[in-house]
Design a protein around this ligand. Structure first.
Ligand code: CAA
Length: 240
């Protein structure tokens, strides 16, 4: 029977590429989205991948959504916590709201996504938890105190989960994408973006599919000994 994969924020950007790659690799895929019904409907129409709408920042909403996915497709074997937002501002201008929204989605959202699935993975003695962190969680970024804090926190989550899950056949790993050609990066002012591209030795933005390849590797059955690790995919922009 096909394994089931859940990808949060899986209908757009990096998440859409991950959903499509996992489907192509034979998984039954569920992709979640937060608000853009039109984009989600178009994505389902084009790919045949089912989409589910919930707010990853809300625990009860996430638990109910995951229960629905499991009723439709079966227990989740692979969970990709990808949903993320930016609310960039220099620290002196950052509002409490900008801080809280990013914490709720990018950090608490990972807890809310993995926690309801975790007991089943332990029982079945198999699981793949993959968290999409960021280069900016590794190095920090001007204008992203909130975002960098969550993405660094995501690395703490996987390193801890790896230790708890290993004896149950569960792995937890992170991917730190650099700057990838998505709407999120395109929203950065052009001048700032050009300066960032100038700092990437590869001389270009990454493609969402280059992150999806990393996910497929971590999700595989025979990747069990890769646990608690971080894959950096950033065109040589930054080394840990
Ligand atoms: N380093 C040093 N100084 C910088 C700077 C930087 N990277 N960026 C801006 N500044 C300077 C400006 O030149 C300006 O200087 P002056 O006052 O002397 O002119 C000062 O900081 C403040 O600038 P502003 O008051 O104009 O700031 P702003 O309110 O317009 O906000 C910003 C600027 C929103 C932070 C903008 O610089 C920005 O969007 N930066 C990009 C942040 C970024 O990289 N985000 C990543 C988004 S993609 C993503 O997050 C995906 C991923 O995982 C990689």
């Amino acid at each position: 029977m096909a394994k089931v994969a859940l990808v949060t924020g899986g209908s757009r950007g990096i998440g859409a590429a991950i959903s499509k790659k996992l489907k192509a690799d034979g998984y039954d895929v569920a992709a979640t989205y937060a608000g853009n019904d039109e984009a989600a409907a178009k994505f389902t129409e084009e790919t045949g991948i089912k989409t589910y709408k919930w707010n990853v920042g809300d625990y009860d909403d996430s638990a109910a959504g995951i229960a629905k996915v499991e009723a439709d497709l079966g227990p989740v074997d692979v969970v990709v916590a990808n949903a993320g937002i930016t609310r960039d501002a220099p620290f002196h201008k950052m509002t409490k709201d900008q801080w809280q929204q990013v914490i709720d989605t990018n950090l608490t959202g990972v807890f809310n996504t993995v926690h309801p699935i975790w007991p089943g993975m332990r029982e079945r003695k198999f699981g793949r938890v993959i968290v999409i962190s960021s280069i900016n969680g590794q190095k920090g970024q001007f204008g992203q105190v909130n975002y960098a804090a969550t993405k660094a926190g995501d690395l703490g989550i996987v390193k801890s989960l790896a230790q708890e899950g290993a004896r149950f056949g569960i792995t937890a790993n992170a991917i730190c994408p650099g700057y990838i050609a998505t709407e999120m990066v395109m929203a950065v002012p052009e001048k700032v973006r050009d300066a960032i591209i100038g700092q990437i030795p590869a001389g270009r933005l990454g493609e969402p599919e280059e992150i999806a390849r990393c996910v497929a590797f971590l999700a595989a059955d025979d990747s069990e000994f890769v646990n608690g690790s971080t894959i950096s995919a950033n065109g040589a922009q930054f080394f840990v």
